[in-house]
Structure formats: structure tokens, C-alpha cells
Design a binder for this molecule. Structure first.
Ligand SMILES: [Zn+2]
Length: 212
């Protein structure tokens, strides 16, 4: 079941690894695929060796409906997010270092550069630390999401999400690009001037017609 969605999950997982947002078997990728049904990457498996059959189909209580693998240890947090954010259908969780570093400098990464404006759609808030592999991560991520498509998890990483996997993927990768620019600019001791909100609005408008 859900072969096309499983392929999208695997492709996204390989993409975030290629972009160095995760190492080894870190993070996870998940999708909502129906009423109380979610696809999630398995726990502790390398993405390079993963096949569609390794992706777990789970219900709202983290029970495996289809598949032989143990689902991601963050499954309860991911399900909490899906259930409390009905507008999202895909979540990418990473330990991306530049965004995590930026999370120690600010409580909110501002809309200062095109990639965060385009892909995250709003400033990205920093949620306080809560241990991984527990529902708390999902509760805080939901609380801090606001109208953005990502949250930085302090001392941990990022959750990026979207209406579909493509939106979640752009949010995760472009957030990292902006965060790297932010941290490098801060390291130079240079202040980043705020952008005119009207120009930010026009930038977002342009993104809506970007691509094929
Ligand atoms: Zn994690």
C-alpha cells in the first residue's frame, strides 16, 4: 500500500542526507496518508539501504498496520503534530547543525534572506529542549510552529513540515541555507538589517509561482 508515498519518503530522506541535514540513521521522514494512518521511516536504519518495504504504516497509537520494521522512536511526537496541525501532511525531522547553532543565538530566526522567506513562509521560532523519542517534542513543535513551516528544537535540531513532501523538503533545506548565512554573518560581527515587510510580502508572492 502507498507505494508512491513510500518512494517520496525515501527520496526526501536521501535528499536531506545529501544536503548534510542528518548523519548515519538520524532524524526521520513521515507522511499522513489517510484517516489515522501515517507512514514513517523505521528506527535506526541507514537511509541508503532502506527500501519501500522498510517504511512503516502506523495508526494513531503507533501500532504497525503494515511493515515488519520498528517505526521511528519519534513516532508519538510526529503523530501528535499531524493530529494538531491538520494543514500539514509531511514532516521531516533533522539534526541540521547550522539551524541548531542559530537556535542558541536567537529565539526566532527572522525573515532576513530569500530562502527562509520563500520556503519557511514566516520567521522560524526556537522551541525549548525536550528529550527526543517522546511526545513532548511534538507538543512543543506544535506550540512553536505558528504560521511557519519549521521549528528549531533547541539542543536538538529541526522539524520542517508542509502540505506535501516537497514543501517540507524545501523548508528543511532552505532553512539550513539561511541559518548558515545567519551564523556566518553573526560570526563576522555584522548586524543583519531588517527587511521592509512589503518587500518580504512581494518575495513570498514571487515564490508562489516559482517552478514548473
Ligand atoms: Zn532527533
Amino acid at each position: 500500500m502507498f507505494e508512491e508515498q513510500k518512494k517520496q519518503i525515501l527520496d526526501a530522506a536521501l535528499e536531506i542526507k545529501a544536503n548534510r541535514l542528518i548523519s548515519l540513521s538520524g532524524g526521520n521522514v513521515s507522511m499522513r496518508v489517510g484517516e489515522n494512518r501515517y507512514l514513517v521511516t523505521p528506527s535506526g536504519m541507514r537511509y541508503e539501504t532502506m527500501t519501500p518495504a522498510d517504511i512503516c504504516l502506523i495508526d494513531e497509537n503507533c501500532n504497525v498496520v503494515e511493515g515488519t520494521r520498528k517505526p521511528s522512536s519519534d513516532s508519538s511526537a510526529l503523530i501528535y503534530m499531524f493530529r494538531h496541525m491538520p494543514h500539514i501532511n509531511a514532516i521531516i525531522h533533522t539534526h541540521q547543525p547550522w539551524a541548531t547553532a542559530a537556535g542558541f543565538a536567537v529565539d526566532e530566526l527572522p525573515e532576513f534572506q530569500v530562502t527562509i522567506i520563500d520556503a519557511c513562509r514566516n520567521p522560524v521560532k526556537v522551541a525549548p529542549f525536550t528529550p527526543s523519542s517522546a511526545i513532548g517534542m511534538g507538543i512543543l513543535a506544535t506550540e512553536y510552529a505558528g504560521d511557519s513551516l519549521a521549528v528549531i528544537l533547541k539542543h536538538h535540531g529541526v522539524v520542517a513540515f508542509g502540505a506535501d513532501m516537497e514543501e517540507a523538503l524545501y523548508s528543511a533545506v532552505y532553512l539550513e541555507e539561511s541559518a548558515k548565512t545567519f551564523v556566518l554573518t553573526k560570526a563576522m560581527g555584522v548586524e543583519i538589517p531588517p527587511l521592509d515587510p512589503e518587500l518580504v510580502r512581494l518575495e513570498k508572492q514571487g515564490w508562489e509561482t516559482y517552478g514548473q
